[in-house]
Design a protein around this ligand. Sequence first.
Ligand SMILES: NC(=O)c1ccc[n+]([C@@H]2O[C@H](COP(=O)([O-])OP(=O)(O)OC[C@H]3O[C@@H](n4cnc5c(N)ncnc54)[C@H](OP(=O)(O)O)[C@@H]3O)[C@@H](O)[C@H]2O)c1
Length: 324
Amino acid sequence: MKALLCTRYGGPDDLEIQNLPDPRPGPGEALVRVKAAALNFFDTLIIAGKYQYKPQMPFSPSAELAGVVEAVGDGVTGVRPGDRVAAYVGSGAARDMIAVDSGRLVKIPDGLDFDRAAGVCVTYGTTLHALKDRASIKPGEILAVLGASGGVGIAAVELGKIMGARVIACASSDDKLAFARKHGADETINYATDDLKEALRRVTGGKGADVIYDPVGGPYAEPALRSIAWKGRFLVVGFAAGEIPKIPLNLALLKGCDIVGVFWGSFIERDPAGHRANTEQLLEWCAQGKLSAHVHAVYPLAEAAAALKAIAARQVMGKVILHP
Ligand SMILES: NC(=O)c1ccc[n+]([C@@H]2O[C@H](COP(=O)([O-])OP(=O)(O)OC[C@H]3O[C@@H](n4cnc5c(N)ncnc54)[C@H](OP(=O)(O)O)[C@@H]3O)[C@@H](O)[C@H]2O)c1
């Protein structure tokens, strides 16, 4: 089988496609033929050795997939050959076939295609955990989403609307903001041309956002926090801008707000049943058309470098999918 491999830390052009023996499912595992593997921003970091999670070399990038069960190992009862399944696997999905702990597999509902199913687990899973478990967002609250057209960003726009929030999408271009509005955002702020702190105050009538969802960090986190509402929750999701902001703690005091960490990877290890229930719910919402699971582009495995470069160049809206 073909596999995209990271054999040494580097950039997208350092990845190689190699032929490997077909994997065999061990006890408790299922062999899945990968139909679609999704990329996330963190794949650009993992292949460079700059992410907190460092898989053993050589490894395939891509943390999530959709495919068909080909065979099952001893003791597997939850899935059988022919089932359409999706899974979060941490890394290793960018290949023809993968042996996966069958407990990680969730069946894909009818009516949801492989490309959209592949990209649901991480972005929507992170965001459901963030808004529901970490921010306890309530209907009628104001949610500001930074990087609102990216993978987790657009998930926050859509899930914010499902949870009854008024959503302010913030992004770096008018095209990205139009995309966020199409996906449900009530208001938009272009933080490349507008002052983020002032604009957030303006569109909230001076009150500020109750919940701020920040997957970007860099120069945007502090101005956003300075406009948060009393008793607001600032969700620390990621640092796509590269720089981890250093926040003056007096802001938390003055605003009476919470700065709340979101670590989905740890959440799913600690609460696998909660993760499974969330994933089933999210796939169902996608099948029903309540969530878009928008696919920005599909690349063949051989063009994975171009796919990763597009993510790093801030060009992507929604998800990027690889086809083995
Ligand atoms: N905490 C968790 O559990 C968790 C889970 C999943 C992902 N994450 C993190 O969330 C962040 C976003 O992930 P994603 O997969 O949604 O990424 P993505 O699709 O690439 O979106 C990232 C967004 O960040 C903005 N951005 C600003 N500066 C950027 C830069 N220098 N390079 C790239 N993007 C930049 C872009 O929007 P604008 O151009 O509009 O600014 C872009 O749309 C990453 O840091 C990731 O590691 C965290």
